[in-house]
Design a protein around this ligand. Sequence first.
Ligand code: PEP
Ligand code: MG
Length: 878
Amino acid sequence: TKWVYNFGGGSAEGDTSMKNLLGGKGANLAEMASLGLPVPPGFTLSTDVCTYYYDHGETYPEDMNDQIAGGLKEIEKLTGKKFGEASNPLLVSVRSGARASMPGMMDTVLNLGLNDETVEGLAELSGDRRFALDSYRRFITMYSDVVLGVHHHIYEDILENHKDTQGYMLDTEMTAMDWDSVIKEFKAATKRELGKDFPQDPMEQLNGAVDAVFGSWMNERAIVYRRLNDIPAAWGTAVNVQAMVFGNMGDTSATGVAFTRDPSTGENRYYGEFLINAQGEDVVAGIRTPQTLTKASREKMEEDLPSMEEALPEAYAQLADTFETLEAHYRDMQDIEFTVEEGTLWMLQTRTGKRTAKAALKIAVDMAEDGQITTDEALLRLEPASLDQLLHPTLKPDAERDMIAMGLPASPGAAIGEVVFNSDEAEALKKAGHKVILVRVETSPEDIHGMHAAEAIVTARGGMTSHAAVVARGMGRPCVSGAGEIRIDYKAESLTVMGRTVKKGETVTVDGGTGQVFLGAVEMQQPELSGDFAKVMKWADEARKLGIRTNAETPLDVQTAKDFGAEGIGLCRTEHMFFEADRLGYFREMILAEDKEDREAALAKILPVQRDDFAAIFRIMEDRPCTIRLLDPPLHEFLPHSEADIESVAKSLGVPAGELMHRANDLQESNPMLGHRGCRLGISYPEIYEMQARAIFEAQKLVSEENGATPVAEIMVPLVSSAKELEILKGKIDAIAKEVGALEYTIGTMIELPRAALRAADIAEYAEFFSFGTNDLTQTTFGLSRDDAGRFLPDYVNQGIMEKDPFVTLDQDGVGDLIHIAAERGRTTRESIKLGICGEHGGDPASVEFCHRAGLDYVSCSPYRVPIARLAAAQAAI
Ligand code: PEP
Ligand code: MG
């Protein structure tokens, strides 16, 4: 078996298509090498090795070591250096690289191959003994920490002590002699901690590092990250061993990270940071303030330090060329790591860059409009669920505000919440229903759970590519990084900034788009839906086959959904209309009525109010179809339950409390969800449904007289399980229609019980449309209470019994089968029967895709999910 894949010197054994085998980093290094870009030579140990390692009790395939030796030979040939040879040593980096990028989650070792002898060789070759020793001490620290398990604090303390005794402030004040003595102490410390010497044999070092990187696939933070990002543990990681290049060889050397476009806004300009005379990790760690890449961004940010364009013009020109090559080749924005070694550019990584939803949208639109990609490709590149971030409010420009800090606009969006200073607490408070803002000096991979729980993240240190910034952008959390004036006192659980103190629990507002932090809650405004957003939605509408409707009943929701592009109402739940104060009284009267006559008297009072409700909706929807569902929940939901409530309601209705209590008890059911609800109410009390039908028809006439447009009224009967129920109720509704002289209307039913799905052929005799109520259909198919299942469903997901919560993502096997059956059987009776879905699944991208394949006519979802459904429907159709 082939375990090792070489790259470098203008060719490679792998390419981008081999991402599963070589990991993202390895596959792209290979691809870049083949493109002729300057990539330090190296080799990749495939993810198959990782799989083997965990399947075989953490051991390796027998023939792997020979292949590694072969890989090293190749590197030696290309670099002219030799691994472990004192006079001309080859040094390598050992890095992880999984299929999906997991920034900072796994281990890395740099400068490997250094020992007491090779360090002298490096000193001679570079003509800089101080540099060689600096590399060696970095290696000892990193290797001991990552591979040998000796905490890096031990080495940092030694260094700090040494600096103190010498009276130094900065590492740069350390001389070669200083480093010599610190290295001695480092090695002594390792021996003290481990009882053996720091390994001098480069091969032993390499094996240790490979072990550590494969081992880090199963470390705690990698496991958490995989869980949050749906990355299967079975994928494994690859390991990349690559010749070292040095960004810390003086003032013509540098290291940096860059994006070919702005990952925050999507603007088409190079974007990045670099540090002169530094090694890779220094940029991400946020210890020194990085410099800008371009002159334009330096000027824009009013930085004093020169940009790379100014400081290293030749290397910058090479870099800009490389950006162009990479974008043209990958046809997408790239996220790049590079090093400049004595004026020469080296590429260490490229990958498709993570970006905010806003940037994703802009980049997709720009590239499609430039003809780099098709509009279909542009649509496929957008994550439907991420559109949600664009639909939410931002700070109102003229709202009052009290700014307390300013940092970098690391990830856009605005959020309000209580300040917390640690991640465990952020998570706990979130669970308790609080909205929190996580404030840290800087974040590390140990903070991901807290960042996930927070509405927004603020850090005092770190740049635009710091851990906090990168992770927040990926999660879609607003983030302000590097707010340097903030002093955090973790012990006192407070921060001070410009003489003001903010304690844990105080409310702040964060604007990740501007980098500002405000004390208190700042007023928000609705988002901008024109521009790129409108373009993408138009492309989506052209591509999709499914209609998109909304579940809405209040005029505000109906209007929002229409603005978001809803083509009709797929579910208007009329019960919500009864909960408002005035009508609740009438409705209770109706429930308490002794006989039909009293009931009708009470209903007559509700009729005009209901008519107004429907008229308001029809006015907004103009000629778009509106599916209105007749009353669904059991009547007892409308009665008061606590003694005090009963007392006060009885008083206002003018009935004895005892009577009210009696009636409430009467209506009590053991399983109300399976009880006297839905069309069963219509069977027992037809006058309720008749009143509602009358209100609908009258409102429709009213509005059509007002503005000429006639919304088709689609009257929907809930919880039908047999054709007979619908036959009876349809008869009553038709009779009212005749009486009122109704305009255009249809009658249909929800399919939300398994029996209804199975008997769809009979039911379709009386139904002009079916709307799948997949909330109840999931509940009744699984026999799983939709109100209680949340308590134990995580066990089912964790144990792999269910892949996802079936109330969130449609169970395509079981519930999906019933949908297929009902659609097919319904169509045998009525070929043109209209089919839709109005359960929560109507706004879930994976479920929308299912609905497309199942041949439904439309999906209906809550207003804010309408754009998501439009895009998901387009993606399903492409
Ligand atoms: C459903 O059951 O899927 C549905 C849309 O109705 P409700 O959620 O109101 O029960
Ligand atoms: Mg239902």
